[in-house]
Design a protein around this ligand. Sequence first.
Ligand SMILES: [Zn+2]
Length: 244
Amino acid sequence: MGSSHAVSGAAGWLAGCAALAAAGVPAEPPVVIVGTVVAAGAALLPDCDHPSSCVAHTFGPATKFLCRRIGRACAVLHARTRTPLDVRDLDGHRTLTHTVLWALVTGLVAAVGGWLGGIAAAAVVTFATTGLAVRALWPKRKRGTLGATLGGAVTAAALVTFGPAGGWWWLGLPVAFGCLAHIAGDALTNTGVPALFPLKLGGRRWRRLRAPRGLRFGTGGRAEHLVRWAMVAGAIGAGWLLAA
Ligand SMILES: [Zn+2]
């Protein structure tokens, strides 16, 4: 599902920029271009809670180790905060990192980083998110580490060479947006996501929210492919509108 998430982040960001331009508030070209790449990569981030996810395979053993640790920490948090009505969770997947709260905090961290750290922080964010986006679109499931690293390095180097020294706080927006796009995408699957944690819903703190039955689909199925290609078409349309 990684490529679908990446496409959803990019298409959503481009569509938002096109809508702003249509409303007479056009975004600056770097916000459109860099923001699209960052949103595409950030749309993979919530799966950093699983050692077999696209995120885990992106930068080799480093990300695999990190994802395993995050998954365990999420499982501990779930076990300590669940109510008697919450279903038990053993691996931590689709818990904290699949909540609106986590998306907003992650965006805030990127925004503060971009504000205080300037171009250096922006380079780190674009390196990581470009790597994630490249890895998500890589055809081989367990390869692509070199491609992701090179892709991230090229984008970060271009940013440092041509980008302004400061004013990168806005990177928090595509980061938060990408995470939210991922959560919305997972809510369309049968498993759902506990998007509103820590709010208690029906006595459950980790209640999984899902789209109505008719709108849900299984991961990797035909419906997901159709939705992905529809988003690609939407991204091309939005890009064309912005370029016109
Ligand atoms: Zn997910």
